[in-house]
Write a protein that binds this ligand. Structure first.
Ligand SMILES: [Zn+2]
Ligand SMILES: [Zn+2]
Length: 427
């Protein structure tokens, strides 16, 4: 019986994984430079955590969660996103003690039962950041500039940072009423979704993707014109700080987040690397979520981005990412050479050299073909002749040039050659 993977998921195989590792390495490097540390929350949680944080009436909670009863009958859910678990861990481990700003990042798989379509997977990967414990606009700008720097190092150009302010629990309820009144006059022109959303979540009408609705949305009252004094000052500071870093950005009054706990600064980064303009990351401030889970008042700022989409827009042909290739492929002929080359492989690896070898005992020609296929830089040839003369042949797979390596003390000699640039040896 042939068992296949679950519908809508994807294995990441050698050959592709190098891209992922490269992106992850740059992420860690950049995030550490900005003072963020990794957190690895659990991948499954009590279902309640997500239904409460994301909201009962959302698509994620209603239709997309992988929820099941475990053997003790407890309702368990595979995480559909990362923030809820980070917030849960923050409270559970009292990370707010002693009081200071907690800056963490996470990366890993998330799970949603989505309709299978191009670029959407039921197990997908996210990278996210949460900065917890301050409402200082410096952190808003620090996180946004971190992202721009991360993308720049991935070779992404043509980036556009768009920002907006969503107000706070003081000014947003009033804005909501103003907005609802304005929408009411357009209900018969707006799409079905907007008609459904408008009662409970009128802000979502602003980011409806239906073309006609977008035009109407453009005429509706804007959040940034209805901010209270504190929110207005805050938003001005965010822009001044962005200006001081010379990070280009634009204001997008239609940029909103669906969930109620978002407040003040919200942002998206768009890329034109694939032709059409695509949002590759979104995030913003959420100041009430920790309190909603009975933690202390903890203003937070964060983002999450999908790895699959990110990988699809990176111009891998123009960036240098490390494809894992061996330094040396050992080619050995004859019984004695086989056992000798086995010992050599071990010694080279202990000495820090990446080595692969043939396991099938084929002819010289077939082993060289395997060396080629492994994209090894060099082949180290150990035959009966080489054993007798106590000299091995180290062959540059690209240029074909070769040098002799003395059997005695061969590890330093191999490493010396590896340290030289390609194509510099004599015959
Ligand atoms: Zn406000
Ligand atoms: Zn609509």
């Amino acid at each position: 019986m042939k068992i296949q993977s679950i519908r809508g998921v994807k294995d990441i195989l050698p050959g592709e994984i190098e891209k992922w590792q490269w992106v992850e390495k740059i992420a860690r490097n950049v995030f550490h430079r900005y003072g963020f540390k990794e957190i690895r929350p659990t991948i499954f949680e009590k279902t309640q955590l997500f239904s409460r944080s994301i909201g009962e009436a959302t698509d994620i909670v209603e239709k997309e969660m992988y929820t099941f009863a475990d053997r003790s009958g407890e309702q368990i859910t595979l995480r559909p996103e990362g923030t809820a678990s980070v917030v849960r861990a923050y409270i559970e481990h009292k990370m707010y003690n002693p009081p200071s700003v907690v800056k963490v990042y996470y990366l890993g798989p998330m799970f949603r039962y989505e309709r299978p379509q191009a670029g959407r997977f039921r197990q997908f990967y996210q990278i996210g950041i949460e900065a917890m414990g301050t409402d200082n606009p410096v952190i808003d700008v620090e996180v946004m500039t971190l992202l721009v720097e991360f993308f720049r190092q991935l070779g992404l150009t043509d980036l556009e940072l768009q920002i907006n302010s969503l107000g706070c629990s003081d000014c947003r309820p009033q804005y909501r009423e103003v907005l609802k009144t304005a929408i009411r006059g357009h209900l018969n022109e707006l799409c079905e979704n907007c008609n459904r959303r408008y009662e409970r979540n009128p802000l979502r009408v602003l980011d409806c993707k239906v073309e006609r609705d977008r035009q109407i949305a453009g005429e509706l009252p804007k959040t940034c014109d209805h901010l209270c004094e504190t929110c207005r000052t805050n938003f001005t500071q965010v822009q001044a700080l962005l200006d001081s870093t010379e990070t280009p950005y634009s204001l997008n009054p239609l940029l909103v987040r669906g969930l109620d706990y978002y407040s003040r600064t919200t942002f998206e980064v768009l890329s034109t690397n694939l032709g059409a303009q695509n949002a590759i990351c979104g995030g913003g401030r959420y100041d009430s979520l920790v309190e909603e889970f009975d933690g202390p008042p903890t203003p937070c700022f964060g983002f999450a981005l999908g790895m699959e989409r990110l990988i699809s827009v990176i111009p891998f042909e123009t960036v240098t990412y490390s494809r894992s290739r061996p330094d040396i492929f050992i080619v050995s002929l004859g019984e004695e050479a086989k056992s000798q080359s086995f010992r050599m492989t071990h010694q080279l690896r202990k000495g820090g050299v990446t080595v692969d070898q043939d396991y099938d005992g084929g002819s010289m020609k077939s082993q060289m073909r395997k060396a080629n296929k492994s994209s090894s830089r060099f082949a180290l040839i150990v035959g009966e002749n080489e054993i007798r003369t106590e000299k091995y042949l180290m062959k540059d797979m690209e240029s074909g040039s070769q040098i002799e390596i003395p059997a005695e003390n061969f590890v330093p000699a191999v490493k010396k050659r590896l340290a030289e640039p390609d194509d510099s040896s004599s015959v």
